[in-house]
Design a protein around this ligand. Sequence first.
Ligand SMILES: Nc1nc2c(ncn2[C@@H]2O[C@H](COP(=O)(O)OP(=O)(O)O)[C@@H](O)[C@H]2O)c(=O)[nH]1
Ligand SMILES: [Mg+2]
Length: 244
Amino acid sequence: MSNIFEISSVTVVIPTYNEAGNIVPLIEQIVQHVGEKYEIEVIVVDDSSPDGTAQIAMDRFAGDGRVRIVKRTEGRGLGSAVGHGMKLATSDVVVGLDADLTHNPAQIPDMVHVCERFDLVSASRFAAGGSMQDKAHYFSSFVFNLWVRILLGTQIQDNLAGFFVVRRSVLNKLPQEKIFFGYGDYFIRLLYFAQRSGASVVEIPTHYTLRTSGSSKSNYLKMVWTYSSAAVRVLLGEKRILRK
Ligand SMILES: Nc1nc2c(ncn2[C@@H]2O[C@H](COP(=O)(O)OP(=O)(O)O)[C@@H](O)[C@H]2O)c(=O)[nH]1
Ligand SMILES: [Mg+2]
């Protein structure tokens, strides 16, 4: 376990695509919960959502120096959006979370607190005490995560969380170009490379609520294939690295 790491500032990176109904309450909740204790920076990385997510956020938070909205016009994708936000972050630690309010912003201060002891803290549905309101999704994700865990041979229980806190100094040492692309599979790579670098990674339980506005961009059948092959590619890449 690492020594205590003093944290005074927190950057929260939010990837968005068509989250018009969620983005304002989400940022308000983040600023309320995190801003109470830490200096806060919020970075929204929006891929020119047709529903005007970026503009809605810009209008609401105009003049608020804590909130930065980045509207990307070229390229699209969850993995590269998170990576883009990570590069812009300036705080001691960086948080990543979904915009759909399934990840609870009230949990961020506890996660940041744990990050004083560990390099990377991941909110896990499958750690003891974790859960998900959508039970069918919970069960299928559980089985799929067992499979990913067997493939990678790691002890991580939730490889697709996307809700995490990492020390920026640790993040900067990771091969980010090998991590932040694709869809939710970026998270498999982030945890994998963090562990391979010797960083201390811990999972703490979390509860996902249901999305109440907008719709999921995930195609679950396609995900089984893309995420499995992402895990296999990580392993093959590592083998090549080891052979060198
Ligand atoms: N910037 C960006 N964000 C995306 C993209 N696709 C999904 N997201 C965001 O990524 C997060 C997870 O997406 P979501 O549709 O909720 O996937 P699910 O949680 O697997 O159902 C949400 O905050 C989305 O708005 C994309 O292409 N670009
Ligand atoms: Mg979601």
